[in-house]
Design a protein around this ligand. Sequence first.
Ligand SMILES: Cc1cc2nc3c(=O)[nH]c(=O)nc-3n(C[C@H](O)[C@H](O)[C@H](O)COP(=O)(O)OP(=O)(O)OC[C@H]3O[C@@H](n4cnc5c(N)ncnc54)[C@H](O)[C@@H]3O)c2cc1C
Length: 601
Amino acid sequence: MPSDSNDFTSSRRTINRRGLFALGGGVAAATTLSMVSRAPSAWAGPSADADVIVIGAGLAGMVATTELVAAGRRVLLLDQEPEQSLGGQAHWSLGGLFFIDSVEQRLAGIKDSFDLARADWFRTAGWDRGPDDIHGEDYWGKRWAESYLQFAAGEKQSWLRGLGMNWVPVVGWAERGQADGGIGNSVPRFHITMGTGPGVVEPFEKLVRVAAGKSITFKFRHQVDELVVTNGAISGVRGTVLEPSGAARGTPSSRTKVGEFEFRAAQVIVTSGGIGANHELVRRNWPARLGKAPAHMITGVPAHVDGRMLAIGESAGARLVNRDRMWHYTEGLKNYAPIWPGHGIRVLGAPSSMWFDAEGRPLPAPGIPSVDTLGTLDLIMKTGYDYSWFVLNKKIISKEFTLSGSEQNPELTGKDLVAYLANRALTDVPAPVKAFMDKGEDFVIADTVPELAAGMNKLVGKDLIQADALRDEIGRRDSELGNPNSTDPRIVAIRRSRDYIGDNLVRTTEPHPILAPDAGPLIAIRMNILTRKTLGGLQTDLSGRVLNAQGEPVHGLYAAGEVAGFGGGGVHGYRSLEGTFLGGCLFSGRQTGRGAAKDGA
Ligand SMILES: Cc1cc2nc3c(=O)[nH]c(=O)nc-3n(C[C@H](O)[C@H](O)[C@H](O)COP(=O)(O)OP(=O)(O)OC[C@H]3O[C@@H](n4cnc5c(N)ncnc54)[C@H](O)[C@@H]3O)c2cc1C
């Protein structure tokens, strides 16, 4: 049974199209197929293949499935990838989670509260598409945000702790904005999970594996191409059985078709992820407010993040909202050892690196590492180039560079906190960062500014950087360090960071001149635009029911995770406070699993 070769267990009622082709040849199979698709549907009910079909075995799909199983439902969990990619993007993630007023925050003396976080979130989201009009694109996203904030300030941490998760005691300060009450996190809230992404996936993977063959039937290499609608309600899915694949996790698997399938259920949950690997879709939906889409981008997600299910959902009547809202990073390094096509790694920097445009002009605020992702993207897009430069030195890179991704953080992924903290506290360059310095094509390392400028020009093949101007700019910044009342936003950002004990200990270097001879060599890094997250998606209500253009539920259809804009088609509005994507999958997966279980009772 080749199409079942990737299953944990085979379904009693599988329609195995490859079997049909093998037995009867193409014509006979085609006849049988059309008979099947014309069959009057009471596809739900006793003849169904499952109570609920879940499309996508990433984090959101697994969480929804565990809720359904807990409620006594039979689930068919489909994924186009092979079994070894179970967990989707979350496996590769850094495992950063947004909590409000957590144990770790309190231990560090960080004063957080629901009200503060809500104010930060709402300012940062900037909803402006009918947030209070039930037909508005932002209506449900805003409501999901209210709910999610309560979850993040309430049971989120104790629920996850109860599942065996815990976090690095030093809370990170991502997306901090400027100290002007504008967008961003006014306090640190980014909690890196011990075990990074795999540590987030682990408890849910255990739960679904335990139920495999009982309440859950897995079908890997099953790519959904269509949602079947019968009498105005979802009644199942159709798709392509892909050939078995031994592709390593995260590497592209073949799309060679070996059969077709059709499964029946009265409820279908779509948890298929975003669009980040599909540059064509990213470009087509690129927001006009950010000008023309970059000609060159690198890719922050595996190839399966292809966005196909969004259009498939629309064809079944779903409303797709906020399609021009995306979360791409501006500090992307080309991976010298790519896992997926165009693989880029995001640098989570701290404020000491200087940020220059392609012609060597310093970026104005908010172009400061860790401050404002989309604000910086906007600045870079206005330069007419699709890359920018970090200029720093060895002392800064040693302490201030964290590379996002489970494979780039071996100590944390291996849950070895002592080794991690020792590595961060000592001034040595962490091994994954050193590997990029040695092998990464975006790096220029030099002892003097003229050599650095020459290396930068050589890398891009144009003389865009003038060594004298570069030295003047670095000197200007360095001399500001001597002014205790400096209003230079870069210096203010460093001081603000150093005032927070967590950053002071492990993230932000003591202020020093970039040109200090004992802090070198000098380093310049070409930073690429890196695609990652999708903030818009299928519009859902608070039970995860997918809505149509009239705001009515598409009967039987649900969505969670990134494909649903992490809830409601846009829980973040325009911008995220970070750590909210995994959290969004956990919360929307949970709510939607529970919602579907309740509706199906
Ligand atoms: C390197 C990296 C670092 C990250 N770090 C963080 C972090 O620290 N904090 C944070 O909050 N977020 C982080 N994220 C983002 C977060 O991991 C993702 O947004 C989240 O995991 C998405 O989960 P999902 O379940 O919605 O989708 P996915 O993980 O994309 O899973 C979707 C699944 O659906 C399957 N699928 C798609 N279409 C079909 C189809 N037609 N038929 C069958 N199957 C289909 C796919 O094969 C896939 O397995 C990071 C992401 C990456 C890549």
